[in-house]
Design a protein around this ligand. Structure first.
Ligand SMILES: Cc1cc2nc3c(=O)[nH]c(=O)nc-3n(C[C@H](O)[C@H](O)[C@H](O)COP(=O)(O)OP(=O)(O)OC[C@H]3O[C@@H](n4cnc5c(N)ncnc54)[C@H](O)[C@@H]3O)c2cc1C
Length: 590
């Protein structure tokens, strides 16, 4: 066994998740002999910067001293069981498709057998073993491929699992260990084209395997944007977004995925599911395509969708405001949410995350250092903000110049009512840097025995403080109960605003050195925290979906008649359970 990080030098030719970890092969956090940390590569604003405050901050937050010379060793020699091949199926597949359309390669099988859920998937694949692997990977290139494959799977009783970008964080790609049929992962990434753009009506037809970055790059080149920007957009795909009910950070301007998509095409065992026309808004009775939002691989292969597009905004600006505490920040958000001047994105980070973002600041010199010191002096000494209580709202504004100016004026006015201090665009932009760094940091920390996980919920305005406090208290209790060393880390941010509610996004970290079965214990803690959230008025999920890890909460979420309705839908679309990934209410395993 060796440390696999040393293998990561060099750049992968295409934008693929770097095998089992998150991100690009050239990008990772690396510790230097002087205990500073650098992010390698040159893709992100943080890349190449020397971060000398990060390690001390981590040690302080977790109440530990990291031994940087004793990293946790990843498994490099894996015992991979040979594929279970349904020979009739495999023979016919080989007759119908060229050999570049499928693979039995062990590493490919492993990559397609998990998503990015830390404890259930990434931790297992890096440090122990995942139980069940797909038996082969099929690379779908067209709707014709999808139809043939589904017919073949039905004929030979084979299980199909749609695979988009592999970024699921709900264990939606974790395979049911009871599945005895041959399992085929259907990789959709080769279906990555825009089929057409209707410039006049602002629509585009996009293949389901296109990632967010591919989509934006192609649309931007001709003057448009879709505006859907989940933090995973570099790797996650349109089909995955629809299947999980995804939410992008700029939903205030562009909508969540269900507001962006007008028509979905899905190839299912019972035929093609789609509207014959793209419908912006209609009264045609129940719209069958609504069952595809959140279908989590249970019903068929989403092959394309008609989406709304927008002209590129004239102006894009970052902005930020700091508040003395979370309560005042929250009151600002609520007023803003109801103001009619809501910017494309606004996020409120708590004090723990605010300080984490400060620790991620690279060393600055010269004039910037003076400005930094003056701003700090003003906030702490003149305005008397407590560094252990202050929070920040980071903001993205998009639109035409007057629109952005109007929103900024409203933000300033409302912020003023809650003692907000305008902190400018540089700090706003920095807030969003963390967005793209977070999963790389997770993987870096796991090397030093810190397991990190994120989870999210929708909470009515009235319950926000209660939910956050309850999660914190419960986490402290669980941490003691399992006798973990050091202190637990919890931070939260409000990431989405609605008229009645908000989305809260929690980040959890626990130092596990010397603890037996840490991943199992942390998964159990996350489950208890989810229960705590629900008991205090939050929802089971806002955008990560249900998958396997939240399926046990569905009986508290839907009435028995509603669950039966979904079972009947599944029975009608996929009577032989070809799409047997068993997510959400279909999960029958603890
Ligand atoms: C660092 C990080 C940041 C994230 N940020 C966000 C965020 O900001 N917002 C958000 O909503 N989510 C976020 N996620 C979660 C994840 O990216 C989303 O759930 C995303 O929508 C999954 O898309 P995917 O293409 O990777 O799907 P996959 O992970 O490959 O699959 C997810 C599910 O969808 C099914 N599926 C995938 N493609 C198809 C298809 N073509 N047809 C039928 N079923 C399909 C799969 O079978 C599986 O059940 C984040 C995850 C990570 C790791």
């Amino acid at each position: 066994m060796t440390i696999a990080d040393s293998d990561r030098d060099g750049i992968t030719p295409n934008a693929a998740l770097w095998r089992h970890k998150w991100g690009f092969k050239d990008t990772f956090f690396k510790i230097q002999p002087d205990r500073s940390i650098v992010m390698t590569g040159d893709r992100y604003p943080l890349s190449g910067c020397k971060l000398d405050k990060l390690l001390p901050h981590i040690e302080e937050s977790f109440g530990i001293q990291l031994d940087i010379h004793r990293p946790k060793l990843e498994v490099t020699e894996r015992a991979i069981a040979p594929p279970h091949k349904n020979s009739d199926f495999c023979n016919e597949l080989a007759q119908l498709f060229p050999c570049d359309r499928y693979s039995f390669d062990d590493e490919e099988r492993l990559v397609h057998s998990h998503g990015q859920t830390t404890t259930e998937e990434v931790y297992k694949v890096l440090y122990s073993q995942i139980e069940r692997l797909v038996d082969l990977v099929f690379y779908c290139e067209s709707e014709g491929d999808a139809q043939i494959l589904i017919a073949l799977a039905t004929k030979h009783q084979v299980c199909l699992v749609p695979f988009g970008g592999g970024t699921s964080v709900s264990a939606a790609l974790k395979l049911p260990h009871s599945e005895s049929r041959t399992i085929v992962a259907v990789n959709m990434q080769r279906m990555n084209q825009i089929e057409w753009i209707d410039r006049e009506n602002l629509r585009a037809c996009v293949q389901a395997g296109m990632t967010g970055t591919q989509l934006e790059t192609k649309l931007n080149a001709v003057g448009f944007t879709c505006g859907h920007e989940p933090d995973s957009m570099e790797f996650s795909t349109l089909g995955g977004w629809i299947s999980t009910n995804a939410s992008g950070m700029k939903k205030n301007r562009y909508g969540n995925i269900e507001q962006i998509v007008e028509n979905i095409t899905t190839i299912s065992p019972s035929g093609t599911l789609e509207q014959l026309q793209s419908l912006a808004r209609v009264s045609i009775g129940i719209q069958p395509q609504h069952v595809l939002f959140g279908s989590e691989g249970n019903l068929g292969l989403i092959t394309k969708a008609v989406i709304k597009i927008h002209a590129l905004p004239d102006v894009k600006e970052y902005y930020s405001v700091v508040f003395p505490d979370f309560d005042r920040g929250l009151q600002f958000l609520k007023k803003l949410a109801h103001s009619g001047a809501v910017p494309a994105s606004v996020r409120l980070v708590d004090n723990a995350q605010f300080r984490f973002a400060q620790a991620l600041k690279p060393q600055v010199f010269g004039f910037s250092a003076i400005v930094d010191r003056l701003s700090k002096f003003y906030a702490l000494k003149i305005r008397r903000f407590d560094p252990l209580a202050m929070v920040a709202a980071t903001i993205v504004l998009e639109g035409f110049a007057e629109e952005v100016a109007f929103q900024k004026a409203a933000i300033r006015k409302i912020a003023n009512c809650y003692q907000g201090l305008i902190a400018g665009s540089k700090n706003g932009q920095r807030g969003y840097v963390l967005t793209f760094a977070i999963a790389y940091i997770r993987d870096f920390l796991s090397t030093f025995h810190i397991i990190g996980e994120t989870f999210e919920t929708t909470v009515p305005w009235s319950q926000v403080q209660q939910v956050c406090q309850a999660v914190k208290t419960q986490l402290d209790r669980e941490h003691k109960h399992y006798n973990f060393p050091g202190k637990p880390y919890l931070s939260y941010r409000v990431t989405q605003l609605y008229h009645t509610s908000v989305c809260i996004y929690f980040t959890l970290g626990i130092y596990t050195n010397g603890v037996v079965d840490p991943d199992r214990k942390i998964a159990a803690i996350e489950h208890v925290l989810r229960q705590t959230i629900i008991e205090n008025g939050g929802s089971v999920s806002h955008h990560h979906g249900i998958g396997k890890i939240r399926s046990q909460f569905m009986n508290e979420t839907l009435s028995p008649a509603n669950i039966e309705l979904l079972r009947q839908v599944k029975q009608s679309i996929d009577p032989h359970n070809i799409f047997g990934i068993k997510n959400n209410i279909f999960n029958d395993q603890p």
